[in-house]
Ligand binder design. Structure first.
Ligand code: ATP
Length: 436
């Protein structure tokens, strides 16, 4: 049976992945394959944090067990094959109380149990588009799935779309959870152990921002998560966990995820709708505009539409890439389109080409004495102090600006990346220039 759950948590506490970990640790079934943390459209206006849905397959399994976690000192394993299906009604009776008892105030949990997976198209729409609860309910009913939507019922959207994921690109996340008595208190984690882990296991990613030694694997919210290490190799992740020093988790569990896949990015879109994320080829049409709060805007032309692209304060040095752009530069921008103001919030860019920019290189020389002239005022030209010769503004010497940017891919620092954004290291790339 496939089991999916979403939207049990609120900003004040809990975490649906912790709930799934507890469900797995306490269930009387075998876990078939890895549990999944499936991120959906990051632009959904009603998400709590990272719009993640949780799914797993349970039953009577076969094959070699594989350790992927621990709960109170006991191993959590999965089995690779389903040998025998279990009864759907029993599965619902066992898991539904977990969902009901852990529902946080203001959340709208969704719980789905199904013998088969929903069509794959629901994953792609869930990760890129906005769905209505009615169409999801109809689809689940038609395929004979059991669904429970608590609160306003919206949680079944995430549960169903997460369940329908067939990985095209996938990564892993090892999540460790705190003892309930410690929730809301400060976490302890040695920064140098995170640095060591990062250096020892290059298949892990988004661990630490080296420029400021800022750890990215540990949240600051009052939720049960102690830390989450992302990577591409299960053995490396299990070994990487051993390197970390700090608070002991009460549970840890590894999930298969679509994080770092860029699955949310729509390419070659004919129509640009807000609350979706796009890859757009653009020509820069302004220099950077600085705004209060530290965010930087650049104007661009995409086809015939003028569009503003924004890089916000948390993206730190990435804003220097935007500041180094000039009119005429060709870029590919990845980002989420906001409605009002209609702005593309940048997640990364590929600079395709940089334009030759002609700028004034100095003041003109006096044609009589050869000495440098002084500006008379903005747009008013130049005058030689000794000979009083006046020279028009447009006679100033011009030349090519030395460009501070070269073509290539640029991305925000580790702490400012979206869950779904594919980091350059997963694309086999790195920035051609580092802005510090
Ligand atoms: P966390 O990451 O902390 O677990 P969250 O950010 O996942 O929380 P949820 O509490 O799960 O946020 O809320 C997301 C809500 O949006 C859920 O009710 C989910 O069903 C719904 N949802 C997810 N994707 C879509 C979509 N593409 N269209 C419409 N609704 C969606």
């Amino acid at each position: 049976m496939y089991v999916a759950v979403d939207d049990t948590d609120s900003r004040e506490g809990m975490c649906t992945s912790y709930l799934l970990a507890k469900m797995i640790a306490e269930m009387p079934y075998d876990l078939i394959g890895m549990p999944r943390l499936v991120r959906l459209n990051p632009a959904v206006p009603w998400k709590t944090r990272g719009n993640g849905a949780l799914t797993m397959r349970v039953g009577v399994g076969g094959g070699e067990p594989r350790k992927i976690g621990e709960y109170d000192g006991e191993d959590i394993v999965f089995l690779p094959r389903l040998k025998r299906e279990v009864d759907a009604a029993e599965v619902v009776d066992f898991f539904l109380p977990y969902v009901k008892e852990n529902q946080q105030r203001g959340s709208n949990p969704g719980f789905v149990v199904s013998r088969t997976k929903p069509p794959q198209s629901f994953y792609w729409r869930g990760v890129r588009d906005i769905l209505g609860v009615g169409e999801v309910a109809t689809m689940l009913d038609e395929m004979g799935a059991v669904r429970h939507g608590l609160g306003d019922g919206r949680g079944i959207i995430g549960a169903a779309c997460g369940m329908s994921w067939r990985p095209r690109d996938r990564s892993l996340e090892l999540l460790a959870y705190r003892e309930p008595g410690r929730w809301g208190t400060e976490r302890t984690l040695s920064v140098s152990s995170v640095e060591r882990m990062d250096a020892l296991y290059p298949t892990t990613f988004n661990n630490i921002e080296m420029r400021w030694r800022k750890v990215a694997i540990s949240p600051s919210t009052p939720c049960p998560v102690l830390l989450g290490v992302r990577g591409d190799d299960l053995d490396d992740l299990l070994a990487a966990r051993e390197v970390l020093e700090g608070e002991e988790p009460s549970i840890w569990l590894t999930f298969l995820t679509n994080q770092g896949s860029d699955d949310h990015i729509i390419e070659d879109a004919s129509e640009l709708l807000p609350d979706r994320s796009y890859r757009l080829r653009m020509t820069v049409s302004s220099t950077a505009i600085e705004n209060k709060g530290g965010y930087v805007i650049i104007r661009t032309m995409h086809r015939d539409e003028e569009m503003e692209c924004a890089a916000y304060e948390p993206s730190k040095e990435f804003r220097d890439v935007i500041r180094a752009l000039r009119p005429g530069d060709e870029i590919e921008a990845f980002g989420e389109l906001r409605d009002s103001p209609r702005t593309l919030n940048l997640e990364k860019i590929k600079v395709l080409s940089v334009a030759d920019v002609i700028v004034k290189t100095g003041n003109p020389r006096c044609p009589r004495c050869g000495r440098a002239t002084k500006s008379v005022g903005k747009g008013a030209g130049y005058r030689c102090r000794d000979c009083s010769v006046h020279i028009a503004e447009d006679e100033a010497p011009m030349g090519k600006e030395t460009r501070m940017l070269i073509p290539g891919w640029y991305e925000p620092p580790v702490c400012a990346r979206r869950h779904l954004s594919k980091p350059l290291c997963r694309m086999g790339l790195c920035q051609p220039l580092d802005f510090v």
